[in-house]
Structures are given as structure tokens and as C-alpha cells.
Design a protein around this ligand. Structure first.
Ligand SMILES: NC(=O)c1ccc[n+]([C@@H]2O[C@H](COP(=O)([O-])OP(=O)(O)OC[C@H]3O[C@@H](n4cnc5c(N)ncnc54)[C@H](OP(=O)(O)O)[C@@H]3O)[C@@H](O)[C@H]2O)c1
Length: 241
């Protein structure tokens, strides 16, 4: 089977680390990107296990220069990318992030990381993704979103408001980029991983990273062009916008 290349943002911990681990286990090459690769001990352990297929690349999705520099490194290794997992995200204050206590700087930061960053990363990755069009696997942008970003499912006032709004923005950007990428033969979807036991999800979450990522990757395996611009759950169900 020809080599397949994936790029994961925020790969040093949580879901990003688990995506990286499972993609490597499947045989993919992975550009495991994160803000501080030197401090990413778990990634270094994976790199020792899969030295040929792990490429550790610095990438801060909130920094345009960092995005450009990361893709210059990627382009030295491959001329085609099959999967972009826009996974990096921040919660923006959690329970404190509610109406009455909204903080403009914090809100801007959450939008920068959760919505603007993924859009800019996908935009920069477009030529590499389009170059994988003829491969067996449909080149795909996966924007890791959240059910908390579903406007329709928000039925009471709540915390996590910047986070919710940033994921709703990411959902719209996913929908838009899905149409923009169609002519290049590239799919774009928004996928929620469920409630997962990570630093963000907390210990009380219902899913382990292993379960969530295994399910999400199975959903991705079944995608076709008909799924362009959809909002899917980790179980493959359509989530209301
Ligand atoms: N866990 C859940 O229950 C849950 C539910 C729904 C959606 N999600 C989404 O799933 C994704 C992963 O979440 P998680 O639970 O794995 O969170 P996490 O454990 O808090 O990990 C977040 C990751 O994002 C990275 N990151 C933050 N800011 C970044 C930036 N500016 N540039 C690059 N990387 C950055 C972090 O890197 P550093 O170590 O450098 O900070 C870390 O690798 C997020 O998009 C999140 O919104 C999670």
C-alpha cells in the first residue's frame, strides 16, 4: 500500500497524542505537531518506536509564522497529505466563562486557537491535500469540534460560552471550506470526539481517549464525498448545527 501522510495539531497530549498513536499503529506517516516538541516526552517515545514515520514539527496554530514554518518542514518530507486533523484547542475558562464575566482578551484567544487557527492551517495545507486526490484515501480535513458548539442543542444559559461560540464558528468555517475544497477533491468535516478523559474533558468524562479516537478513525474510514461539510459525532451520527 502506498504511504499515507497525516498531520495532527496539538499532538503532545490528550486526543492529539492518541490520534498520533493510532495513526502510527495503522501504518501512516504522521506529522506530529505541537507548540513545544522538545518537551513532548510521549511523542519522543513514539518517535523511538516508529522512527521512520514520526515527524515532530513545531506548530502553534495561533501564530501565522509558525504555520508557515511548519508547512515548509512538511513540504521537505512529502508532496501530498491525506489527512489533516485540526485537533488543537483550548477551553477558555470553562465554568468561569459565562455571561456577566466575559473577558474580551480570553474570548479573542479562544477564537484564535479554536476557529481561526484551524482555518488557516487548512488553507495552508490545501495544495498538499489536493495533491493526494488520486490516492485510495479521500484527502480529508477533520476539524475537531464539540457538541457544545451546536446552537440547536444549546437549550439553557451556560458556562463555556467562548468555547461554545468558537466551536460554532469552527463549524461554519468547516461548512464553508467544504465547498471551497470540493473542486480540489478534498473533503472537510467537523467531528466531535464525545466527552473524553483528557486535561480538557476531566477524569469524569465518559470515554477514554483510546475509545474516542478508535471510533472517530472508523467514522473517517467510511467517509465519502456525500459527507462533505457535515457535523458528525464520534459514533458517525449527524449532529444538529
Ligand atoms: N476532551 C473532551 O471531552 C472534548 C470534547 C469535545 C471536543 N474536544 C476537542 O478535542 C480537541 C482536543 O482536546 P483534548 O481533550 O485533547 O484537550 P487537551 O488535553 O487540553 O489538549 C489540548 C491540546 O491542544 C494544544 N494546543 C492548545 N493551544 C495550542 C496552540 N495555540 N497551538 C497548538 N496546539 C495548541 C495543547 O498543547 P499544549 O500542551 O502546548 O498546551 C494540547 O496538545 C480540542 O479541539 C477540544 O476542543 C474535546
Amino acid at each position: 500500500m502506498p504511504d499515507r501522510y497525516a498531520l495532527v495539531t496539538g499532538s503532545n497530549r490528550g486526543l492529539g497524542l492518541e490520534f498520533t498513536r493510532q495513526l502510527l499503529h495503522r501504518g501512516d506517516h504522521v506529522f506530529a505537531t505541537c507548540r513545544q516538541p522538545d518537551a513532548a516526552d510521549a511523542l519522543h517515545t513514539l518517535a523511538q518506536r516508529y522512527p521512520e514515520r514520526v515527524h515532530l514539527v513545531p506548530l502553534d496554530v495561533a501564530d501565522e509564522t509558525s504555520i508557515e514554518e511548519a508547512f515548509r518542514v512538511v513540504e521537505l518530507e512529502t508532496d501530498a497529505l491525506h489527512l489533516l486533523l485540526n485537533n488543537a484547542g483550548i477551553n477558555g475558562g470553562g465554568r468561569a466563562d459565562r455571561f456577566g464575566g466575559l473577558d474580551p482578551d480570553r474570548m479573542a484567544r479562544v477564537f484564535r486557537v479554536n476557529a481561526i487557527g484551524p482555518a488557516l492551517v487548512a488553507q495552508r495545507a490545501t495544495d498538499l491535500l489536493a495533491a493526494a486526490e488520486a490516492s485510495e484515501r479521500l484527502p480529508t480535513v477533520v476539524n475537531v469540534t464539540s457538541a457544545l458548539g451546536s446552537i440547536e442543542q444549546t437549550r439553557s444559559a451556560s458556562a463555556w460560552q467562548s468555547y461554545r461560540a468558537s466551536k460554532a464558528a469552527l463549524n461554519m468555517l468547516t461548512r464553508c471550506m467544504a465547498f471551497d475544497l470540493e473542486s480540489r477533491g478534498v473533503l472537510a468535516v467537523a467531528v466531535t470526539p464525545g466527552w473524553v478523559q483528557t486535561d480538557m474533558g476531566g477524569a469524569g468524562a465518559t470515554l477514554t481517549p483510546e475509545e474516542s479516537v478508535r471510533n472517530v478513525l472508523a467514522v473517517l474510514d467510511d467517509l465519502s464525498l456525500a459527507d462533505r461539510g457535515t457535523f458528525l459525532s464520534w459514533e458517525g451520527q449527524t449532529v444538529p448545527w
